[in-house]
Design a protein around this ligand. Structure first.
Ligand SMILES: *[C@@H]1O[C@H](CO)[C@@H](O)[C@H](O)[C@H]1NC(C)=O
Ligand SMILES: *[C@@H]1O[C@H](CO)[C@@H](O)[C@H](O)[C@H]1NC(C)=O
Length: 367
């Protein structure tokens, strides 16, 4: 592959202090990967939930108000999310469209496609809680995509895209917060039931590890070779978790953060093991935890004013339909906030995290 001659990585290296300025300079490189293909939950969902019957949606204002054309796409953000920045940094489109979005078709998806679904998890029981797309179904859509790609481009070109694309996999938070720690099991689902089955959270982590490994094996079997496997954030510091931390004066739930760190450690070890075991696999562990924790602890160092509550509505508990145009409390400048709604970062936070992973890991490994 031709070496990329643009200076984006150098620029990015200097970015620590002046990242906001530099990130406005578009990166113009020849593409280093032919496509970005995304699996996971709301951390990377570009709008697949718009067309399924779930209450977990975000395709209405004020979501998307800082996106291109101020369009609410179904991203759980005021603007773009990490895969959009990653796609752009690799010289591709500045966003990755959702597979189920009727605005796009296979000619668009040939350079990037997102199969993620907000609210999903490794565990089928997690996707059941809010009736969203389970991981096995994301893989089924991916298989269908491969067929469409073959009939659109022919077998040889399709193979090149499938085997050289960068795959982003990002999920896990919901398995803990919507499922394992859920104190209000939703009727007809097993929400919270895993806690009875696995009384010690480490056992549940190990159960999820098996599912994560199974997912990676299947993705590899289907032809994926370059994978960015994402760790989970300091989930005890999400505004919703602070709001419900009555015992702890609404500080971060350190128990949840400890679980996230422990789980990330296991995921990292799995990534190493899979790289040794699966032929021609090149998988990196993209761990956002430390950088995210740094932002939460020193928000002003990154230009943020507010970290403990979100921008949308009261910022204490609202997301999805509760974060809507009717709230008079929504902040005017989301870039001053670490979190957009009670469960999801603002575009600016996503951008800082994505750029950090891009320059430290993704561009060096995959370009
Ligand atoms: C995809 O959509 C574009 C414009 O909407 C159209 O011109 C094109 O023919 C479509 N391609 C396929 C393969 O359906
Ligand atoms: C999840 O559900 C799918 C479809 O019913 C099934 O094939 C798969 O085995 C389930 N996974 C687990 C771990 O139970």
């Amino acid at each position: 592959m031709a070496p990329c001659t643009c200076s984006s990585s150098l620029l990015l290296m200097a970015a620590a202090a002046i990242s906001q300025l530099l990130l406005l300079i578009p990166t113009r490189c020849s593409a280093k990967v032919p496509a970005v293909i995304v699996f996971g939950d709301s951390s990377v969902d570009a709008g697949n939930n718009n067309v399924i019957s779930t209450v977990l949606k975000s395709n209405f204002e004020p979501y998307g108000r800082d996106f291109f054309d101020a369009r609410p796409t179904g991203r759980f953000s005021n603007g773009r999310i990490p895969p959009d920045f990653i796609s752009e940094a690799f010289g591709l489109r500045p966003f990755v469209p959702a597979y189920l979005d009727p605005m796009y078709n296979i000619s668009d998806f040939a350079i990037g496609v997102c199969f993620a679904s907000a609210g999903t998890g490794y565990d089928n029981e997690t996707s059941n809680v809010l009736n969203v797309i389970p991981m096995w179904k994301e893989l089924e859509y991916y298989t269908e995509y491969q067929q469409k790609l073959r009939s659109y481009l022919g077998g040889k070109k399709a193979y090149k895209i499938i085997s050289e694309a960068l795959y982003i996999v990002s999920l896990g938070t919901n398995d803990f917060l919507e499922n394992y720690y859920s104190s209000f099991p939703i009727p007809g689902t097993n929400g919270g039931g895993r806690r009875a089955q696995f009384p010690v959270v480490g056992q549940f982590e190990d159960f999820l590890m098996l599912l994560a490994e199974g997912f990676i094996r299947e993705l590899h079997r289907l032809g994926a070779r370059k994978i960015s496997f994402t760790g989970i954030p300091p989930m005890g510091c999400l505004p919703l978790e602070r709001t419900t931390n009555f015992m702890g004066q609404h500080e971060c739930m350190e128990e949840y953060n400890a679980v996230a760190k422990d789980f990330n450690g296991k995921l990292g070890a799995m990534v190493d093991r899979m790289n040794r075991e699966l032929p021609r696999l090149r998988m990196v562990f993209s761990n956002p935890y430390d950088k995210f924790y740094e932002i939460i602890n020193k928000p002003s160092a990154f230009g943020f004013d507010v970290v403990s509550v979100a921008c949308c509505a009261t910022g204490l508990y609202e997301m999805s339909y509760l974060c809507n145009r009717q709230s008079p409390f929504t902040c005017t400048d989301a870039s001053k906030y670490v979190f957009w709604d009670s469960f999801h970062p603002t575009e600016k936070t996503s951008q800082i995290l994505a750029e950090y992973l891009i320059k430290s890991l993704l561009l060096p490994t995959f370009s």
